[in-house]
Design a protein around this ligand. Structure first.
Ligand SMILES: [Zn+2]
Length: 510
């Protein structure tokens, strides 16, 4: 067995001692925990997860309505705007941190092969458009997927046709990222990937592809395929391209296996980006601490959801309406405590973020543009879906998945367990915290952006269920008893972290 280094032995021994010493119920914390009622959670969720909020899609009307509602609750609780908010990058109201997003819609690049216009979503499609300006060429280099790995590419052509015979496995290509990283070094700007799967993909996922993808509107955004524009084309289009050069797919496949193959054919690309620019907002409720106010405990949940599809509202009551109302309830309890002379020693930031469903955008914006210094941010407690049970645990089970709480700080992991032991006695399930868990939940919600910066995190989650990202994630399916208990666990953990003498020691890695 591997020897435990003496330093970490001392840390764990100290930890055991401090846990034993601190292990008693705090009646003040309990009094304010009692302010977190099922009624309050139900009232907030009834509003935020109603059809009027249109599924709270990032940058859209429903998201603005939700942000306004959350801000209003912070005000009603007597939480003042963040001091010096404007200088810290907040909007004039002192609660909202706005960030720019862009939806890049495919279809902005037109393609003409040998004088004939190809049709978007019939002959070709793209996921991600990054061609800078128009491009014209008289030759196309042909590669096939068999030779690609070890191919000596030689001097590059601006345009490459990559032929996939459909036998290489997943239908859509080897690792496109790797391919384009290699090709970009030889001067290639566009890779046309011809695959038998192209037609089926356009038929099956056309809607999703045309919708485009949202991301932060920042200069370094274009890096999905290593700098090369990838376009997926049908085998028919590949045939007509090769035909213009006196070849066909079958022959070209063979030839390309043996040697460098270049076809003389005029190909033209015209680029007119179809970007849609929007703004989104994180909403911050800041309860300033007392003697340790320079340090910060962050509690997060995302208030955005996926919006509407085919006229149907996806209300996201669990995802993540449940976390949002939990944050509101905790902010209320902390504000009440402070008003009555029991405010936290450290400052506590209750932050509902947006853009989570689009790729953790709001939390990334915050951690890239922190409103409070990250090195005095001691923890992020993140909640994403805590109002339901999953298919693994029965209805009678009082459980919550805890993820990441022991990774960066074993002390944080111990604190969560201690608070649970003292106040909530939930069954803490660490299944998804296992190294190499295929679900990768640790990387899939907002806490991860904090963890990436070295800040200890704990993520609270109820697992997935049949209504996950479906139209029936509704308020009437929420278990308010469990939602309340899980909120209390986070509340007591936040209370302890805000009031204990030392911030949790960072002794681990992501
Ligand atoms: Zn979600």
């Amino acid at each position: 067995m591997k020897r435990v280094p003496i330093r970490s032995w001392i840390v764990s021994a100290a930890l055991v001692l401090s846990v034993q010493v601190a292990g008693q119920v705090d009646s003040v914390a309990m009094r304010y925990g009692a302010a977190i009622t099922q009624d309050m959670l139900r009232t907030h969720l009834g509003v935020l997860a109603s059809d009027a909020f249109e599924g709270r899609e990032t940058g859209r009307k429903g998201e603005k309505m939700a942000a306004a509602y959350i801000m209003d609750q912070f005000r009603k609780d007597g939480i003042p705007p963040v001091p010096g908010g404007l200088e810290r990058g907040l909007m004039a109201d002192g609660y909202r941190q706005q960030f720019p997003v862009v939806i890049s819609k495919p279809g902005g690049i037109s393609l003409n092969v040998a004088g004939k216009d190809a049709v978007f979503m019939k002959d070709y499609f793209t996921f991600d458009e990054q061609l800078a300006g128009d491009l014209q060429t008289g030759e196309v280099m042909v590669l096939n997927t068999l030779t690609l790995g070890g191919a000596k590419l030689g001097g590059g052509s601006k345009v490459v046709l990559l032929l996939d015979d459909g036998k290489s496995g997943n239908g859509l290509m080897p690792d496109l990222r790797k391919v384009s990283e290699t090709l970009v070094k030889t001067g290639t700007q566009v890779v046309l990937v011809a695959t038998p799967g192209a037609k089926a993909i356009m038929e099956g996922f056309g809607g999703a592809i045309s919708e485009g993808r949202m991301r932060l509107d920042v200069p370094e955004r274009k890096n999905q395929s290593g700098g090369v524009q990838v376009m997926v084309v049908t085998m028919d289009l590949a045939e007509s391209l090769l035909h213009a050069g006196g070849l066909n797919v079958k022959k070209a496949m063979k030839k390309a296996t043996r040697k460098r193959l270049v076809v003389k054919v005029p190909v033209r690309f015209t680029s007119k980006p179809l970007d849609e620019h929007l703004t989104a907002e994180n909403v911050l409720g800041y309860v300033e601490g007392s003697d340790r106010k320079g340090e910060l405990v962050v509690v997060t949940a995302h208030y955005d959801h996926v919006g509407m599809k085919d006229g149907e509202v996806y209300n996201g009551a669990d995802d993540d309406g449940s976390g949002t109302v939990a944050v509101l309830a905790m902010a209320h309890a902390f504000a009440k405590a402070k008003a009555e002379g029991h405010g936290p020693r450290r400052s506590v930031l209750f932050m509902t973020v947006s853009g989570e469903e689009k790729g953790l955008l709001g939390s990334r914006w915050y951690t890239d543009h922190p409103v409070f210094p990250l090195d005095s941010t001691v923890v992020d407690l993140n909640i994403d879906m805590i109002g339901r049970v999953d298919t693994v645990h029965g209805d009678s089970s009082r459980f919550v998945y805890v993820i990441g709480s022991k990774r960066l700080s074993s002390e944080l992991g111990a604190i969560v367990e201690e608070q649970n032991h003292l106040y909530t006695k939930l069954d803490l399930d660490y299944t998804f915290d296992a190294d190499g868990d295929p679900n990768r939940f640790y990387y899939r919600s907002d806490h991860y952006n904090f963890a990436k910066k070295g800040i200890p995190v704990a993520f609270f989650f109820n697992g997935v269920h049949a209504d996950y990202h479906g139209p029936h994630d509704e308020v009437d399916r929420i278990r308010f008893d469990l939602l309340q208990q899980r909120t209390l666990l986070v509340f007591h953990t936040a209370w302890e972290l805000a009031n204990r003498d030392r911030r949790p020691v960072v002794d681990g890695a992501n």
